[in-house]
Design a protein around this ligand. Sequence first.
Ligand SMILES: [Zn+2]
Length: 133
Amino acid sequence: MSSNYLLLCIDCNEGLDLGKTFKIRLSTDDRESYGFDAIGGLGINRELGDKAVYVEETIEFLQFFLMKHRLHEIRVLPDTVKKYETQNSSGIPDPYPDYEKYGEYMKAPIVKPDPDKEADILDKALIEKLKNL
Ligand SMILES: [Zn+2]
């Protein structure tokens, strides 16, 4: 059984469904690698036909998700991490896109980012990690 992967904002408990992994061919050197089928990749439009529409919507959602959760702790995790849910937590979120709620979710305001100000409000632990990169 193949699992989906989730792009999760740990800070907000929101997730984006990246879909299942699938083989892609890299355009740089023609090697095979792996990608996530919900956000497309080389060949997906050719092979899956009308799924291309879904990919476009998911890319739009990915743009929105990354902008909304910039500066937050974001991880790519398999949905099998749901095994760590406890009764005391709200649990791993059901990932978007849920097209019933898609339009409503996309109404969340996004202000124009200010990279200089945002670099000044990072928490100390992250700044220390950045210093050690
Ligand atoms: Zn967030």
